[in-house]
Ligand binder design. Structure first.
Ligand code: GLU
Length: 917
């Protein structure tokens, strides 16, 4: 045996080393120890493996000069009587242990005899019994562990239903954990037995027609290939089919034909045939077999070429079993003097070391070809790990591990899975179902006779070509019968349209303006969205309105008009008051008379109103203010009028050039609140479903209206909807998706979109439920989105092709200017504020002027200021008359001395600044 060859088989045995150190040195073992081997007739491989393993340990000199000899007997698999006889022969010749046989019936007999004679019995076969006899160990994992592993696999793959195809009852035992599901709703299981013979097609067809795509196949390794081949023949090996195969020797099956089928074939294994040690062992196999043949000349077949076919799980287990036995014997040898006894089946005597040897076997920890070998006290293998393997383009590869403690550990990354899926897609032809709708998919207009996919064009066809280019698959376009998108009948729960095609597996993909919604997402898979949209209203463009008689009022809002009137009155009154306050507005009415008796104020209330309106209308008046305060009022008012009139003029121009369009509806609320205009949607689409399922009061009202409308307001296609809107002359509005509306209104200039979007959703490509291609296609869509290819396609099909950009937008129709709208307070509020500020300033200045004048009078006439103030104010607020007597010096006035009635009479005894003195 070469260096690395079986070195792994020589697992480091912690327990043995410890025991060897602790126990006293014992007397040597006999030179030759015989081990019995019972094998089923025809089971040459097991026999050879046994021999080769014994030969190997002999050459390794594990027990020094002690060598092992084999005593092999072949027995018919079901002949228990003969088996018992052979066991008696073996024990009679003096064996330290008995290996085999593989057959269940005979093994039970062998086990009970070994138990009675206390001879260790070592098995490497599948055994479902829950108890082992005391003198027996079995290296084959217990079916309950395997069963748990299969359950974990089903859970890992999230199967919700599967079919078990089994060959014999052992299969059902192997899968018992799946049959006694913890939660009855976790998955749906159907069970079918493979028929006798080699024809499984009928059974497989039945499974296919049941729609089941997840299969657990439990049969002998030799049959697996045939079952898979026949499954392939009846199209049950597609990317949608998943298999778990319970055979632990999948590496022995020729999988070349299934590698590219796309179906997911998973299995478990205890042995890794690619392991370095195994490869080395195989290389020396021939040599070993030859040596064994030479030494034990009983005619073993000699293998002439390197061949893995012998490397079954049971063969590997046999190697490990022999190694286990030898290590236990070594430990026993270290503890006591071992003698081998010849026993009689009929006798009372048992082997004295049998008990110790079997206990050492249960204590040993050995890393063999089948992983860690360790037993619990009942002789069941514990803590072993199995590889999860999957078939891909690179043959069977390890994708994870399973152990009882940790369950499944799936190490395969999403990326690796995707890589395989993409590789599986290469050159595959997918059936793509579609519904016609402009501009997503349309019939190509051509003088030549077109065939196949060539017949169709549109946004979705281009998109599909891009995706197929990235993922390198081919496709066949098949129009869906009835051109239905797909909606679920709430009573029968059945789908129609493209969704039905996917669910009933007539198509693998569905593409058009297919909206993603919750209900559909539950029935099929959707890729990432390629376009976003919402429901909106398609309606006849509003009619141009004849200008109204009072359209000159339109430039300003009513609010602004009211404010302007208020400002006008306010300014006029303020001017009047300030003009009375300020002494500078009291003028000599006769300039040629230097000493007038009275002074005149031109700003009577009527004059103020006249002055203000004259200014506002940009006409002016003969009145001009003299005082600073009144001039401030006038200046601010002129400024105000300048701004207001300019704004009005500018907006009036816009109003006169833009023809007002008025629509009877502005949004969905308006539609819901009336019943003159009918409205509806596509009969089998998501718009229909949106209104049917909405709980918003407006949409509920709309739905009630639509569903009760007679004749029906629902249409078969968007084209019909558009036609209905055009023909109804404003009596029908069509609820349609915004992207389609966008396309329509670029081509039908009499139509427009009303209001905004009622919801927000997206279009995606639908694939069959749990389709393996979903992620790959989603990634392709993302890539196309990132390179703006989808946006470019949209521009191509919406604007550049087939009469796009034909209609003017509202703005263009309005001659480049946007729709004129009346000016409201937010547009011109500032100028009112400035006006108010100016008025405030004027008031302050007027009060200043007034006080200065009073101060002058009080100083000149030696009259107390308060007296002058109260006299002046009294005069001002009398608000009567626009003339005022000229003030005379006190000495000049006789009456003045009385000081009584100067303001009660028309005699005014103060001079004004404006009088000539
Ligand atoms: N895109 C919709 C669907 O996938 C069809 C159009 C509509 O319902 O307005 O169902």
């Amino acid at each position: 045996m070469r260096g690395g060859g079986v070195s792994v088989g020589v697992g480091v045995v912690v327990m043995v080393v410890v025991l060897a150190a602790l126990l006293p040195t014992a007397r040597p073992l006999p030179d030759v120890i015989t081990i019995g081997g019972l094998f089923d007739e025809g089971d040459e491989e097991q026999k050879s493996a046994f021999r080769y393993a014994v030969d190997h340990v002999n050459r390794e000199n594990i027990l020094g000069r002690t060598k092992f000899n084999t005593y092999i007997e072949m027995i018919p698999p079901y002949d228990s009587f003969l088996a018992s006889k052979k066991v008696c022969q073996l024990v009679g010749s003096g064996v330290a242990a008995i290996f085999g046989p593989q057959s269940g019936q005979t093994s039970a007999h062998v086990q009970s005899i070994c138990d009675a004679l206390e001879i260790p019995h070592i098995e490497t076969r599948w055994d479902y019994r829950l108890r082992r006899d005391d003198y027996s160990v079995n290296l084959y994992p217990h079916p309950s562990s395997l069963s748990k592993a299969y359950l974990d696999l089903v859970r890992l793959f999230e199967w919700t239903s599967f079919c078990i195809l089994y060959e014999d009852n052992d299969g059902l035992v192997r899968l018992q954990e799946l049959l006694k599901t913890p939660s009855p709703h976790e998955f749906k299981v159907s069970i079918r037995q493979l028929p006798q013979g080699n024809n499984y097609r009928e059974l497989l067809k039945e499974v296919r027609s049941s729609g089941e795509q997840n299969i657990i196949l439990d049969c002998h390794t030799e049959k697996v290939g045939a079952v898979l081949k026949q499954a392939q023949q009846i199209d049950m090996m597609s990317s949608y089919h998943n298999y778990i195969i319970t055979s632990m020797d999948l590496h022995l099956i020729e999988m070349e034909d299934f590698k590219y089928s796309g179906s997911n074939i998973t299995g478990l294994r205890l042995i890794d045939p690619a392991r370095e040690e195994v490869v080395a062992l195989v290389e020396t196999w021939t040599e070993g077999r030859v040596m064994a043949t030479n030494r034990l000349s009983d005619g073993d077949p000699v293998l002439e070429q390197r061949d893995l076919s012998f490397w079954t799980t049971e063969t590997a287990l046999m190697y490990d079993a022999v190694k286990l036995f030898v290590l236990a014997m070594q430990a026993l040898d270290n503890s006591t003097t071992v003698t081998i006894s010849k026993l009689r089946c009929e006798g009372e005597e048992a082997w004295v070391h049998g008990n110790s040897l079997i206990n050492y076997m249960k204590l040993v920890r050995l890393v063999g070809y089948t992983g860690l070998i360790q037993f619990d006290s009942d002789g069941f293998r514990t803590d072993f790990t199995m590889d999860i393997i999957q078939l891909g383009p690179n043959n069977l590869t390890k994708v994870g591990t399973w152990s009882r403690k940790t369950g499944t550990n799936y190490t395969r990354t999403q990326k690796e899975t995707m890589k395989d899926v993409i590789q599986g897609l290469h050159n595959k032809t997918l059936i793509v179902s579609f519904a016609f709708n402009d501009p997503y998919i349309m019939l190509k207009e051509s003088a030549a006779q077109l065939t196949g996919n060539e017949r169709y064009e549109g946004f979705c066809i281009d998109l599909l070509n891009h995706i197929a280019g990235i993922l390198k698959f081919k496709y066949t376009l098949v129009p869906v019968p009835g051109n239905d998108y797909g909606s679920r009948n709430k009573t029968t729960n059945k789908w129609n349209g493209m969704l039905q095609e996917l669910i009933e597996k007539r198509a693998e993909m569905a593409i058009t303006d297919l909206t993603i919604n919750y209900e559909r997402e539950e029935a099929v898979d959707f890729t990432m969205p390629f376009m976003n949209l919402g429901i909106s209203i398609l309606f006849k463009k509003p009619q141009k309105m004849a200008p109204s008689l009072f359209s000159f009022l339109s430039p300003l809002s009513l609010e602004v008009w009211m404010y302007m009137i208020t400002a006008y009155l306010g300014v006029s009154i303020l001017l009047y008051i300030l003009a009375r306050f300020t002494p500078y507005e009291w003028q000599n009415p006769h300039p040629c008379d230097p000493e007038p008796d009275t002074l005149e104020n031109q700003f009577t209330i009527l004059n103020c109103l006249w002055f203000a309106i004259g200014s506002l209308l940009q006409q002016g008046s003969e009145l001009l203010p003299q005082a600073v305060s009144t001039r401030i009022v006038a200046g601010m008012w002129w400024f105000f009028t300048l701004i207001m009139i300019s704004s009005y003029t500018a907006n009036l121009a816009a109003f006169l050039t833009v023809e007002r369009m008025e629509s009877p509806i502005e949004n969905a609320e308006d539609l819901a609140n009336q019943d003159k205009i009918k409205y509806g949607s596509l009969a089998t689409g998501t718009t229909f479903a949106f209104f049917r399922d909405s709980s918003l009061p407006t949409y509920v009202r709309m739905w009630n209206f639509m569903k009760d409308a007679k004749p029906s307001v629902f249409v078969k296609s968007n084209k019909d909807g558009v036609k209905k809107v055009q023909e109804s002359k404003g009596k029908y509005a069509y609820l349609m998706e915004s992207t389609s509306i966008e396309y329509i209104i670029e081509r039908h200039c009499d139509l427009t979109q009303i209001g905004g979007l009622l919801d927000s959703k997206s279009y995606g490509i639908a694939l069959r439920n749990r389709s393996p291609y979903t992620s790959a296609i989603s990634s392709a869509i993302l890539a196309l989105q990132e390179t703006s290819s989808i946006e470019l396609l949209k521009r191509k099909w919406w604007s550049d092709r087939k009469g796009g950009k034909r209609c003017l937008t509202n703005k263009e129709e309005a001659g480049g200017s946007s729709m004129a709208s009346e000016l409201n307070l937010s547009n011109v509020g500032g100028v009112f504020v400035v006006l108010m500020g100016g008025m405030g300033l004027a008031l302050v200045v007027a009060i200043g002027e007034f006080l200065l004048e009073c101060w002058d009078i009080s100083r000149d006439d030696q009259i107390p200021l308060m007296g002058v103030l109260s006299n002046e104010l009294r005069f001002i607020f009398k608000c009567r008359g626009s003339s005022k007597p000229v003030r005379k010096k006190a000495s000049e006035s006789e009456v003045a001395s009385t000081g009584n009635n100067i303001y009660g009479s028309d005699v005014y005894n103060y001079s004004s600044k404006n009088t000539f003195t």
